[in-house]
Design a binder for this molecule. Structure first.
Ligand code: AMP
Ligand code: GLY
Length: 423
């Protein structure tokens, strides 16, 4: 079949690699893609949220499946768009309906969903401009640190954690009155701070049943020792060593099953990935957030471990036949180290020539922010590359990634040298 993949990051390069190697994939197109996805299929210059161009392209190229990388098209309702258009409704879209995507698009919706289905999460309350005073008062009744979350999508920046009550109150005012995160912070969720170690769990559902994909842990801060600003993710490890069978069973019983049952009970159509951000508090898992897509850079360690044909897996997801699939996972560990542009996550430099991408290696170099210009590959984003390796344990896998990065160069490149060192 012909497949259209939406997105342009390292996650999409990892998807493209896995989709294109399936014998079930005739032509793979990536919109808009990057210099790495161009090695796996054909890039097309269409934005991932340009629904009318996507429609035109799908009809022209006889696309039978659309795989959605980022959250934005999902939150904007791409699943429903395809379903409602008679010319398009034979095409499988991998993702949730717009209502399902609200699990990521609105923190309050996600919290209410968890509450309705008794899914463990931090206690919370939400406030708007009209209830600001109650919010300020609510903060006084909480203990530090204070966790404030913009309700809507804020490109991963909408969560603020503060130690000081006055600062937290000032922040709440900024979010609600000055719309610090635009319309995303017209509503703010304030929640209890949970102390523990984070991990992510990935689930694929056809709306009826589910398959649990490998776990991963990502490293969000720019600086070593988890310091400095938050980024999209600086590296990842899969599986998560502390997520043993007992803990995984708790996640499945307390979180995954009630989540899938909750979707069913509420008649929320969902044929895609659920990324559950978790925190392990003592021995118990709590949900921090739902995302309605795969993570980046988590995908770069999760997909390389999936040995089952990805197209067959996604086809079964779309058809409601996921229970027929026997998922095969590589027992090896995978690690990825993200190489970023100087200055990231603040203003960063682009257009730097990248060398060393063709060096012989056992690692996979996923492109994140790159473009091809003339004979060169240039940096074109904050996160530029994700270097993934597999080995019998994550430490050896990391050694391979770090040794591969030594061959790569662009001006002012940066990467964290301590990925996995907390595990
Ligand atoms: P989110 O965008 O909801 O994933 O939040 C971003 C980050 O904030 C998470 O990865 C956690 O590190 C942190 N965080 C969010 N909620 C909480 C909480 N209730 N307690 C502690 N840390 C949190
Ligand atoms: N790495 C976190 C995310 O994809 O949201």
């Amino acid at each position: 079949m012909n497949i259209l993949l939406l997105g342009s990051g390292g996650r999409e390069h990892a998807f493209a690699k896995q989709l294109s190697k399936s014998p079930l994939c005739e032509h793979l197109y990536i919109a808009p893609g990057n210099a790495g996805t161009a090695l796996e299929g054909e890039n097309v210059a269409i934005g991932a949220t340009d629904f009318s161009q996507i429609k035109r392209f799908c009809l022209e190229k006889n696309i039978e499946m659309v795989v959605v990388g980022p959250e934005e098209p999902l939150v904007k309702g791409i699943f429903d768009f395809f379903l409602e258009e008679p010319e398009l409704n034979h095409i499988a879209v991998i993702g949730p309906s717009q209502r399902g995507a609200t699990l990521e698009g609105s923190k309050e919706f996600a919290k209410e969903f968890m509450q309705r289905h008794y899914i463990p999460t931090a206690r919370y309350a939400s406030f708007t401009k009209e209830t600001l005073n109650e919010g300020l008062h609510f903060l006084e009744g909480m203990q530090a640190p204070y966790v404030l979350k913009a309700d809507g999508l804020a490109a991963g920046k909408g969560v603020v954690i503060l130690e000081d009550l006055q600062e937290a109150q000032a922040e709440l005012k900024k979010m609600l009155l000055e719309e610090k995160f635009g319309s995303a912070s017209q509503k703010v969720v304030i929640e209890e701070f949970l102390k523990g170690i984070e991990l992510s769990c990935f689930v694929l559902t056809d709306g009826n049943t589910y398959q649990i994909l490998p776990t991963a842990k990502d490293y969000k801060r720019i600086g070593e020792g988890d310091t400095g600003l938050n980024t999209g993710g600086m590296g990842a490890v899969s599986p998560v060593p502390f997520a043993d069978a007992t803990f995984m069973q708790k996640i499945e019983e307390r979180i995954i099953k009630p989540t899938i049952e909750g979707l069913k009970k509420e008649q929320i159509t969902y044929h895609g990935f659920i990324f559950i951000g978790l925190i392990k508090v003592e021995e118990d898992p709590y949900v921090i957030e739902y995302n309605v897509r795969m993570g980046d850079p988590e995908t770069e360690v999760v997909l390389p471990r999936i040995q089952t044909d990805l197209v067959a897996l996604l086809e079964a997801t779309a058809k409601g036949e996921l229970s027929k699939i026997k998922l095969s996972i590589d027992p090896k560990s995978a690690t990825t180290v993200v190489v970023v542009s100087g200055g990231y996550p603040e203003d960063y430099q682009k257009g730097k020539v990248i060398s060393g991408l063709n060096s012989e290696s056992e690692s996979i170099i996923f492109h994140a922010g790159t473009i091809q210009k003339g004979g060169n590959i240039l940096s074109a984003g904050g996160r530029v590359l994700a270097v993934t390796s597999l080995d019998h344990n994550f430490k050896d896998a990391l050694k391979k990634s770090y040794s591969q990065i030594k061959n790569i160069y662009f001006e002012n490149m940066y990467y964290r040298k301590d990925i996995g060192s907390d595990l």
